[in-house]
Design a protein around this ligand. Structure first.
Ligand SMILES: [Zn+2]
Length: 479
């Protein structure tokens, strides 16, 4: 491997440029230049407040010059800038699994709608305040831009070699992170010989419900891996159903509602699966469960269509009991009118709604109706980032502002750990242990600086591998 200033500079070099998720968590995007062509692995949106301005910058290459995109999974921090890429001239194929294509359509449309609403709100606010913001008051991309991505999505199957461009073949393997998620092995044949690269995408977890374990790779010359939780360990997941059952029983006895803020992809389906298992074992009362999120309802449909991607335990469940996402008293709420009627229910029902950190979406209405009722419970099942309404509530705020109104927090606030779609430090090491010989180089990406650096140190000191933590825009020549 050489830096860009090395002697080998020529069009036929294999080069890798880190265009995101480099000492930060979002905006995953790696440009691979090989045999005179350009490929992009992921095209993610930057979501950290201080980095969002990068979403508005021009791509550092003409998008029309790009041969194709390899997409690991549908989360927006990996797929969210595809509409902009297509709008700016990209017209090649976007290789991804069928489930990723189906989920990406749902998520990109939702993202475009948010971009459009955001631009409209900004325009109104700036007009009122008589000032201009740092970005144009036009959406980053529109619904039409998102729709223009769809014909380019080119489904691949796990384990089948995909010819990508001259001398380059990719194989997608299950990452066990979210439905359809992949780790991508790229084999590059050049005059200098054959090289393999593994892009981890987001590394999933072992022994989680529904999805299989992450795939291990015996060897690779270069590895690009995520490190989101590279310095932390998750709570054990064993007691999830025990805790969930306890919360439900207590809330029913108190006579309130159980409100669960949840992400639309994976977390909502996991909760339904756990609820279904508890109901079948008669461990909880048979309450009505509302999934009040059109996006979660649509994603659940994708899960229903792709049971072939489930792990053995979930497939056995289907053989014995039918779909994990169907049970009596489960209602998928799509219309706004129906959603509004839920605000009048005094108890006891279970309402699952987005967004997972209470930053927007229908959950805000359910919080407004329930947070001041001591008999109701708000159950958090995901990480709550700094500066979000969800974080304020779990941190014990006595009063919160929801939809412009102040509300006293009197409901029971509960939190369940163990629900993460990302491998923790030890699970990342377990994934690396699959490599039977050290790669030529390991690039640690997709983690906050401190986290990525400390994980890289750990791998260097324990395994004696050659490891680096690239910075935004770094470009390396792969020998
Ligand atoms: Zn992800």
């Amino acid at each position: 491997m050489q830096t860009e200033n090395g002697k080998l500079s020529s069009d036929m070099q294999t080069r890798l440029t880190f265009l995101g998720a480099a000492q930060n968590v979002t905006g995953s995007s790696y440009l691979l230049e090989v045999n005179g062509t350009k490929l992009l692995v992921d095209c993610g949106m930057f979501q950290e407040r201080k980095l969002r301005t990068r979403n508005w910058q021009d791509f550092p290459f003409p998008p029309s010059s790009l041969q194709s995109v390899l997409l690991t999974h549908a989360h927006l921090d990996h797929s969210g800038l595809l509409p902009k890429l297509v709008h700016d001239g990209f017209h090649g194929r976007i290789h991804c699994t069928e489930a990723t294509a189906e989920i990406a359509r749902i998520m990109l449309l939702d993202s475009a709608k948010l971009q459009e609403e955001d631009a409209q709100n900004k325009r109104k606010r700036h007009e009122k305040e008589g000032r201009r913001g740092p970005h144009p008051e036009t959406p980053l991309y529109t619904t039409e831009d998102a729709q223009a991505v769809f014909p380019l999505l080119s489904p691949v199957k796990y384990g089948e070699p995909v010819p990508v461009t001259s001398g380059v073949e990719a194989i997608f393997r299950d990452a066990g992170h979210v439905l359809g998620s992949a780790m991508i092995e790229v084999a590059v044949n050049t005059d200098g010989g054959k090289r393999t690269m593994v892009f981890s995408g987001d590394v999933g977890r072992w022994d989680t419900p529904i999805l299989p374990d992450p795939t291990l790779f015996p060897s690779a010359d270069y590895v690009v891996m995520e490190s989101t939780y590279g310095d932390r360990l998750h709570d054990k997941q064993k007691d999830v159903e025990e805790i969930l059952a306890g919360v439900i029983i207590r809330t029913q006895r108190a006579g309130g509602n159980l409100i669960i803020p949840s992400f639309a992809l994976e977390r909502s389906q996991e909760i339904l699966y756990h609820l279904n298992r508890l109901l079948l074992q008669d461990r909880i009362p048979h309450l009505v469960v509302f999934v009040d999120s059109p996006m979660a309802a649509s994603v659940t449909e994708v899960f229903r269509r792709h049971t072939e991607l489930f792990d053995k335990e979930a497939i056995d469940f289907i053989h014995r009991n039918g779909s994990p996402f169907d049970f009596p008293n489960l209602r998928m709420v799509r219309s706004v009118d129906e959603s509004k009627t839920l605000n009048y229910i005094k108890g006891t029902v279970i309402i699952i709604a987005g967004s997972g950190m209470c930053t927007g979406g229908r959950i805000k209405h359910h919080l407004a109706s329930n947070i001041s009722r001591p008999e109701s419970t708000i159950l958090f099942v995901g990480y709550q980032a700094q500066d979000t309404l969800g974080r304020l509530i779990v941190d014990g705020a006595k009063e919160v502002r929801i939809l412009g109104q102040k509300h006293r927090v009197k409901a029971n606030i509960a939190q369940m750990g163990g629900f993460s779609a990302h491998a923790d430090r030890d699970e990342l090491l377990k994934w690396l242990a699959g490599f039977q010989k050290p790669p030529t180089h390991l690039f640690v990406t997709h983690g906050e600086s401190q986290t990525a650096l400390s994980f890289a140190d750990l791998v260097t000191s324990t395994k004696k591998w050659t490891v680096s933590v690239p910075r935004y825009g770094d470009r390396v020549v792969l020998s």
